[in-house]
Design a protein around this ligand. Structure first.
Ligand SMILES: Nc1ncnc2c1ncn2[C@@H]1O[C@H](COP(=O)(O)OP(=O)(O)OP(=O)(O)O)[C@@H](O)[C@H]1O
Length: 613
């Protein structure tokens, strides 16, 4: 029950201090995101990547700062619960006209859960559920920019309209040839809309901040005509002569999903009302959970909060049991899933068998490296949680036995909150999107029979995509370490994504070597590695025997990606990266590029069909 009177003298000051802490966080977050425009205009690619990496740390730093302040000024840890009740009420009052209330709630939770005991993690003290609505939030500031702008064609034609849309972003770098690019965009829109009649409500709505990431800026919006809405995005890049170019038009939910994929780095976007951005983006991608959209906008803590709320809701409305994930078990990670829920849960085992030579801390460091690095659409993002409780009755006994055997330090089974129900509490885990492991996918193709055209085409797609994934990782200065099929998964859209990070290295830290000539006939005949191998030595010639045992796979791989078996390929890219080159990796099919064929990046256009029949 909430108190009738707010009579604790410190409660208001504590709530105010927490809100100040959040406001400072969002101010810094927003300023860093806004600076992305200048970095883009001046082609400061290394700066952009550094900022993307560093911004991820902002949140935890501000939470720590705030906890320190509360301890110092209010001895927060010693206050009675009656005071915390009132702190929450005052805080709700402070959110009434706030422009980021949902983020402020999450910040409040992060701070209070560092101070209060776990038994108080309930809606009286923290925001288990949101208290404030995010609908129709607008800034009253006359200088504030709206969330999106609407353009109507009445007086103008489509080319003028598209030109105005692009020019309104006032990018401080000239376009190489804007009329040419606008003509290409208009042609694409006309081709897409076909001969439909323009209805009275025909308009184009565009989000007012560009979305920056790596070497690109993305203009995001939708065309509305009658009852139809067509989402679109225009990637703006630097052309070869240094001027700006519109590189393609992406249309529809699938293209946008690829742009906002969980396997890519977070965008930098200058947003005053993030919930309004999320609402707009949701209208373009209705199937993408709101949590993933917040994460894609760099608001990863909010993404985590929403994910967890969705997860608890799913648990309540499902009845299946957690089980060991299908596929080959990991030596380092213990992986389980809930069949009805499209994510996997991964925990680090307590011991690793030979030849694994690593520690829990090193594995965590590799996962962190991936979180902070550009994931180029090829490495799954992970959400990291501590002390997660699951209902015991949802765990199969086999899974409990598995955890007891391989990760006992991570497991507690108890009635933590004293409600008479046993819970499985996992000390530390990662959660990531579930994919179909590649070994299972390939086996399904073989089982269907490669004389079937669909199975053949699915196999071809998977193998070409696998090579592309390796090449995109190269472009991002990543060597996956363990390249076996089982360490890659295939997504709903047929993309191949890597998920096993414990042996990952920067490409520039590896030594790519040729296998030395045999010293004797014995060397030549032995099936063993007889030459000395250093910790980061890699021998590309040796990939074939363990990857390409199947003749059909081998034939496809060699046709498209034989260069991956050549030491020269790896060394030359390593040299370019060392010399400061930042490769382009496009979040869309390279065939979609207007100037396309002229310069493909490292990877190849994918064959069309990726799905299994
Ligand atoms: N995102 C995912 N989607 C579906 N299955 C997954 C996913 N991540 C892991 N798995 C399954 O769990 C298994 C083990 O996961 P992972 O490769 O991460 O563990 P590992 O211990 O690092 O493996 P290794 O022994 O190769 O180092 C995979 O082979 C796969 O079957």
């Amino acid at each position: 029950m909430f108190p009738e009177r707010l009579d604790a003298p410190q409660a208001w000051s504590i709530a105010r201090a927490m809100m100040d802490g959040f406001n400072r966080h969002y101010r810094l977050f927003r300023a860093e995101s806004a600076r992305a425009k200048h970095r883009f205009e001046t082609a400061d690619w290394h700066g952009q990547q550094r900022a993307q990496r560093e911004r991820i740390e902002f949140y935890d730093l501000r939470v720590k700062e705030c906890v320190r302040r509360l301890d110092k000024e209010f001895q927060a840890g010693t206050l009675p619960m009656a005071v915390w009740h009132q702190v929450k009420l005052h805080y709700i009052g402070l959110m009434v006209n706030h422009l980021q209330p949902e983020l402020a709630e999450t910040f409040f939770n992060s701070v209070t859960t560092k101070i209060l005991h776990r038994t108080h993690f309930q809606n009286d003290f923290i925001f288990v559920r949101p208290a404030v609505s995010t609908e129709y939030i607008e800034s009253d500031d006359p200088a504030a920019r709206p969330t999106y702008r609407a353009y109507y064609p009445q007086a103008t034609r489509l080319p003028e309209m598209v030109t105005a849309i692009v020019q309104d972003f006032a990018l401080q770098r000239p376009f190489e040839d804007l009329p040419r690019d606008v003509a290409l965009v208009v042609h694409a829109i006309n081709a897409r809309l076909g001969s439909v009649k323009w209805r009275t409500n025909f308009q184009i709505q565009v989000l007012t901040s560009l979305f920056y990431r790596n070497k690109g800026a993305y203009l995001v919006g939708k065309v509305i005509n009658g009852y139809a809405e067509l989402p679109f995005a225009l990637p703006i890049l630097h052309g070869e002569q240094g001027g700006l170019i519109i590189d393609a038009v992406l249309f529809g939910e699938a293209d946008l999903q690829m742009l906002f994929s969980f396997a890519r780095a977070y965008f930098m976007v200058d947003m005053e009302v993030p919930s309004a951005y999320v609402q707009f983006l949701r209208s373009l991608m209705p199937r993408k959970p709101r949590g993933e959209l917040y994460t894609a906008l760099g608001l990863a803590k909010q993404g985590k909060t929403l994910f967890y709320r969705d997860f608890l809701h799913h648990l309540k409305y499902s009845s299946d049991q957690f089980r060991i994930a299908p596929g080959i078990k990991g030596m380092v990670m213990l992986v389980f899933d809930l069949p009805s829920f499209p994510y996997v849960f991964k925990l680090i085992k307590d011991r690793f068998p030979a030849p694994k030579d690593t520690t829990r801390e090193q594995v965590k460091a590799k996962y962190l490296l991936v979180k902070q690095h550009d994931r180029v659409g090829r490495m799954a993002d992970t959400l990291e949680y501590s002390l997660v409780a699951f209902p015991r009755e949802r765990f199969s006994d086999a899974l409990i036995a598995e955890i007891q055997q391989h990760a006992p330090s991570q497991l507690e089974i108890s009635d933590r909150d004293g409600d008479g129900r046993q819970e499985v509490i996992i000390r530390h885990l990662y959660i990531e999107r579930r994919m179909v492991p590649m070994n299972i996918h390939l086996q399904e193709c073989f089982d269907a029979g490669l004389e079937q055209p669909e199975a053949r085409s699915a196999l071809e797609h998977a193998v070409v995509e696998y090579g592309n994934a390796l090449k995109d990782l190269v472009a991002a200065n990543i060597f996956p370490g363990d390249m076996l099929w089982k360490n890659f998964g295939i997504t709903r859209n047929g993309k191949v994504v890597f998920y096993d990070y414990d042996e990952i290295e920067y490409l520039t830290d590896c030594h790519f070597r040729r296998v030395p000539p045999p010293r004797s006939e014995d060397d030549e005949l032995s099936g063993e590695v007889w030459w000395p191998v250093g910790p980061r030595d890699v021998f590309p010639e040796t990939f074939a025997p363990f990857l390409l045992g199947n003749p059909a796979v081998r034939e496809i791989f060699l046709r498209h990606h034989a260069d991956l078996l050549d030491v020269q390929f790896w060394q030359s890219h390593q040299e370019r990266i060392r010399a400061g080159h930042v490769y382009d990796v496009f979040p869309y099919d390279v065939q979609r590029r207007f100037g396309a064929a002229a310069h493909f990046p490292l990877s190849q256009p994918s064959p069309v069909s990726g799905a299994m029949p």
